[in-house]
Design a protein around this ligand. Structure first.
Ligand SMILES: Nc1ncnc2c1ncn2[C@@H]1O[C@H](COP(=O)(O)OP(=O)(O)O)[C@@H](O)[C@H]1O
Ligand SMILES: [Mg+2]
Length: 308
């Protein structure tokens, strides 16, 4: 069977005369964590509502493990676990009682499965306590445990880091990674803050004004650390010769921007590059290097410096 967990095919949504989602086409694969990133109002929640059948599509289709949300809703939705609005939990019941209560509504959920999901989200110790005493992060985890009970192929979380403190976000990061690996689910996680979810994602899709403007693989931290790619900005003259030297001697694509020479390279190579520029009579007045993160790219792409 194919590795595709969910596929969006030219998904559009119009409300009144306004087209809010303008043709989204992309796939999400088993075992991957996909970050769905975009500023507030970009259309993340609207898209997710369509993915989970809470809202009708104006055009296109969503296939979940090949099953159409439009034409085979019952089978398609079985493959999905999601937290879109706040999951309903009873504060006067324990975590365990909440899960049992929910499990009774789905056929075929064993006690073993309940224990398994509790372990997956790391709630073993707190599961016998009343949910009213839970922190926001714990409630979030209980919600995810609930969404996982029926072994979905796709788990969708709309802004799960909202309102969490850094410790809570770290916790989420750990068990989201574990979920993708141990349950082999595709996790779709939306956020307006790239920095909060970048580290837990394998891939990022950036949405703005209802359009997907880029998808990008997130380098795992080990490779990006050993490679240490930085963006270098230099003040040099003559500019043309500098660009030429970088191209011929270092096979680097440099550009001139605001009278500075801009390129990306590994930090360790900067001394070599400086040396060859000097040897070829390029005068250097200044060298700056900044780690080029996905965040910079994100800001470049959405063309604004704040996404709050
Ligand atoms: N029911 C609705 N009626 C009209 N406009 C809506 C409705 N729901 C969302 N929108 C608009 O659609 C756009 C996308 O909203 P939303 O999907 O909530 O974005 P996000 O989740 O990325 O913040 C926004 O401009 C919002 O105002
Ligand atoms: Mg939203």
């Amino acid at each position: 069977m194919s590795n595709v967990a969910m596929e969006l095919q030219d998904v559009r949504k119009s409300i009144g005369k306004k087209e809010i989602i303008k043709g989204l086409t992309f796939s999400i694969y088993k075992g991957e964590v996909f970050g769905f990133i975009g500023p507030n109002g970009a259309g993340k929640t609207t898209t997710i509502r369509m993915m989970v059948g809470l809202m009708q599509l104006s055009h296109g289709d969503v296939l979940i493990r090949g099953k159409s949300i439009k034409h085979d809703f019952k089978n398609a939705i079985r493959e999905v676990g999601a937290i879109v609005e706040n999951p309903e939990m009873y504060p006067f019941m324990t975590g365990w009682q909440n899960l049992m209560h929910y499990a009774r509504m789905i056929p075929g959920i064993s006690k073993e499965r309940i224990q398994e999901v509790i372990k997956l989200v790391g709630l073993e110790k707190a599961i016998k306590e009343k949910v009213g005493k839970y922190s926001l992060g714990m409630r979030q985890r209980l919600g995810i445990a609930q969404a996982l009970l029926h072994k979905p192929s796709v788990l969708i979380l709309d802004e799960p880091t909202n309102g969490l403190d850094p410790a809570g976000i770290r916790e989420i990061r750990q068990y989201i990674r574990r979920l993708a690996e141990e349950e082999n689910v595709a996790v779709i996680i939306s956020s307006h803050l790239l920095s909060e979810i970048e580290l837990m994602c394998d891939r990022i899709g950036i949405i703005k004004n209802g359009e997907l403007i880029a998808t990008q693989t997130v380098q795992d931290s080990t490779t990006s650390e050993t490679k240490n790619i930085t963006q270098v900005s230099m003040q040099v003259t003559p500019m043309d010769r500098a660009i030429e030297v970088l191209k011929t001697d270092h096979t680097l694509d440099a550009k001139s921007q605001d009278e500075a020479l801009i390129f990306q390279t590994e930090k360790e190579k900067i001394p070599d590059i400086v040396r060859s520029l000097v040897q070829q009579d390029v005068a250097i007045y200044q060298v700056n290097s900044t780690k080029s993160s996905l965040e910079d790219k994100f800001f470049d792409l959405i063309g604004e410096n704040t996404i709050e």
